[in-house]
Design a protein around this ligand. Sequence first.
Ligand code: NAD
Ligand code: DAU
Length: 349
Amino acid sequence: MKTLLVTGGCGFIGSNFIRYMLDKHPDYMIIGIDALTYAGNPENLKSIEDNPNYRFFRADIRNRNMIEQIFAFYTIDYVVNFAAESHVDRSIKEPDVFLTTNILGTQVLLDAAKRQWRLHPGNKYDRSYRDGVRFHQISTDEVYGSADDGEKFTEESPLRPSSPYSASKAGADMVAMAYRRTYGLPVTISRSSNNYGPYQFPEKLIPLIIINCIYDRPLPVYGDGLQIRDWLHVNDHCRAVDMILHSGKDGDIYNIGGDNEKANIDIVKQIIHTLGKSEELINYVEDRPGHDRRYATDSTKIETQLGWSRNHSFEQGLEECISWYLDNMGWVKRIVSGEYRRYFETMYG
Ligand code: NAD
Ligand code: DAU
């Protein structure tokens, strides 16, 4: 049995990933940890909370003591680090927590993995590790900054992050790669484009627009709404991470893109029409400072080297996503009212 530590497991992608992995690898033990910030909702994992192969710990990845205790208790084979402050707008208002969680928290995890996995910990220059272990860092295509017309980010593109969020993710990538080069720690990194799907916190464009539309509230569109994002279904992202974890090359970086560039305003209109609402709800508001104009991710490497491809078309995926939010209005209402923050106390004390 393999033991997988997933950080940020109560967030949007982390919770989808844990469900995916328990289904795909029913013999794995999954340890989920999460600080349960405003973005972490244990209700996202309600369907698997009684699964004997899943354990949850409320832990902050910056808390070295607690992370080391978890590593002391479990023999971990894989770490997948999703834990992060993830919202660009918040990073503009409060950059500090982005730098501490996203960079220093990652370093705490790298240290704990190095300590447990090293074969000869007494030798400070030891570069030999237990067989079959891997630290996978979840990064983002935002580290490449804004793409020029016709440009697509490859793994070799320069890092030109624009926001405190993307700068902190680029910093974490560099620290992770430094641990590989300096200490030989087995590390891989993936950089995905914008995800959409069930359980996304409604501060991000797609769930925000769906929910505001349902309630006939104004739909905030930044600037001219012509910024472009490359949308990827969250399940396609989860499958890619699973493939990298098991077949990716040690020390390599993999882009994971949707091959699906859309202007924000077109997404907003698509949601309006699917829900049968009026375009009069659209409200153009002041633009985000430092707003990246376009992201476009080249996924040739993961496609050709690991055989990954997308299972979800955007048209169908977005319709299913809208239906999910409509079918889960209890989940939505508990987030909008703030009641979701009491779920953990009610369930676990
Ligand atoms: P999210 O905000 O929904 O989830 C982040 C989770 O991390 C939350 O559950 C939160 O409680 C937890 N967390 C935050 N600080 C923590 C800390 N100090 N210790 C432990 N847990 C902490 O984010 P998401 O959209 O699911 O993104 C997950 C990861 O994927 C992030 O690393 C993000 O940078 C990356 N990513 C996201 C996207 C996207 O489109 N959403 C795309 C590419 C990469
Ligand atoms: O590209 C991957 C990144 O995608 C991830 O690393 C981030 O964690 C994730 O948050 C996302 O970043 P974006 O800034 O692209 O996502 P967001 O949903 O915040 O915004 C998407 C686009 O929509 C962006 O151009 C800003 C715009 N927008 C967003 C909001 C919340 C609006 O026009 N109105 C809004 O209200």
